[in-house]
Write a protein that binds this ligand. Structure first.
Ligand SMILES: *Cc1c(COP(=O)(O)O)cnc(C)c1O
Length: 401
């Protein structure tokens, strides 16, 4: 049977390669950091400056987190070998749920193996066919999957477009929906822009809707206390549901959560399938995430640093004539539009020791290919300046050819 499929897969894979849409994974030797060692095809390793991690706070290889993870393992062991409701809930798990809820300004929180699972399991237990989800067109794949897994009617509004959101809310209202939930990323990872949360919250109030924010790219560094998008806009308490990850700013290992109104979290604990049918989070991750949250509160300069560096890089690239999306986050998208050009430029930068990735369809819309640069508290100003120089040099080189 596989014979026919094998031929078709080979053709499809070849097709991806000729279109420049094939993703090759680069092999890293050693930990995540500003300076890393990437293996070359010949097996030798090359030292590179890394600008493509979600390691916004530079905690990925932080000694305090490694220590906290070890201590948690000493006390709670390596694994729990159980889902939460059987014998997988320790006092450490509950401590993290309470701590993260408090940090995000919510009643309670529930842990998942990943934010992908948090989004996959958030809608289905709460909404049925009489309800409506109104979703930003550029929302993360995991929100889209979560919406698909639930029977609520789906409405999509043009990215960050409040007029269109209002139209869709009106349509959902006119269709006689019982509950309406507006779902949006807090920070959109590919464009690096921030959802217009004040306008969204106002429309939610006017059309009697709930607001769900996926804050994976904001938790830990955006807003006065690093508490994310709601914090950035002073809207904590106005948001009903926040999903987020521990796999980015907060140490970068894995795990995620949904924080929200008490009854919502309580129902997720009863009915959310990725929670009920998947293993309890590893104690090492739980212990280190608690430590990461403590560091966010104790070291505010860690969260302002990537923002300052992003602004520095944005200015240098724009001054040099590159097309950079204007953002207020630690994400700096350099627009190339053409897929092959974006991947080619990223390869040339890697040859010069600057590790960045070109993004093409289906991760971004067709014709919107780009290199996404991400800044971290682990970077120095000199490293950022060096990256800017190499970017401009490669751009000149490609223009000459
Ligand atoms: C990274 C990301 C996720 C997935 O997070 P994991 O914890 O890695 O599964 C979900 N939503 C958004 C917006 C993300 O950026």
């Amino acid at each position: 049977m596989f014979g026919a499929m094998k031929d078709d897969l080979q053709i499809a894979l070849e097709n991806l390669k000729t279109k420049g849409l094939y993703k090759s994974e680069r092999i890293i030797a050693g930990p995540q950091d500003a300076v890393m060692h990437v293996k070359r095809p010949d097996g030798a390793t090359r030292e590179v400056l890394n600008f493509c991690a979600n390691n916004y706070l530079g905690l990925g290889n932080h000694p305090a987190l490694i220590r906290a993870a070890s201590q948690a393992m000493e006390r709670y062991g390596y694994g729990y070998a159980s889902v939460r409701f059987i014998c997988g809930t320790s006092d450490l798990h509950r401590e993290l749920e309470e701590k993260v809820a408090e940090f995000l300004g919510m009643d309670d929180a529930i842990l998942y193996a990943a934010a992908f699972d948090a989004n996959g399991g958030v809608f289905e237990p709460l909404l049925g066919e009489d309800d409506a989800i109104i979703s930003d067109a550029l929302n993360h794949a995991s929100i889209i999957d979560g919406v698909r897994l639930c029977k609520a009617r789906r409405y999509r509004y043009a990215h960050a477009d409040l007029d269109d959101l209002e139209k869709q809310l009106q349509a959902a209202h006119d269709a006689g929906s019982r509950y309406r939930v507006i779902a949006t990323d807090g920070v959109f990872s590919m464009d690096g822009d921030i959802a217009p949360l004040p306008g969204i919250a106002e429309l939610a109030e006017r059309y009697d809707a709930l607001v769900m924010v996926d804050d994976c790219h904001a938790t830990g560094y955006l807003g006065e206390g690093g508490r994310g998008t709601a914090d950035y806009f002073g809207l904590q308490g106005k948001i009903d549901i926040v999903t987020t990850t521990f796999g980015k700013a907060l140490g970068g290992a894995s795990g995620g959560c949904t924080a929200g109104r008490r009854e919502i979290v309580e129902m997720l604990r009863q009915r959310s399938r990725p929670y009920l049918f998947s293993n309890s989070l590893a104690p090492a991750v739980v212990g280190a995430t608690l430590r990461a949250l403590q560091i966010v509160e104790e070291e505010p300069e860690r969260r302002t640093r990537p923002l300052e560096l992003a602004s520095r890089l944005r200015s240098a690239l724009t001054a040099g004539g590159l097309d950079v999306l204007p953002t207020e986050t630690a994400i700096v998208p350099v627009m190339l539009y053409d897929e092959v050009t974006a991947l080619d430029m990223a390869d040339r930068l890697l040859d010069r020791g600057i590790y960045v990735i070109g993004f093409a369809y289906p991760v971004v819309p067709r014709g919107r290919a780009r290199i996404r640069v991400q800044l971290s508290a682990a970077h120095t100003e000199e490293q950022v300046d060096r990256a800017a120089e190499e970017f401009l040099e490669v751009a000149r080189e490609m223009k000459r050819e």
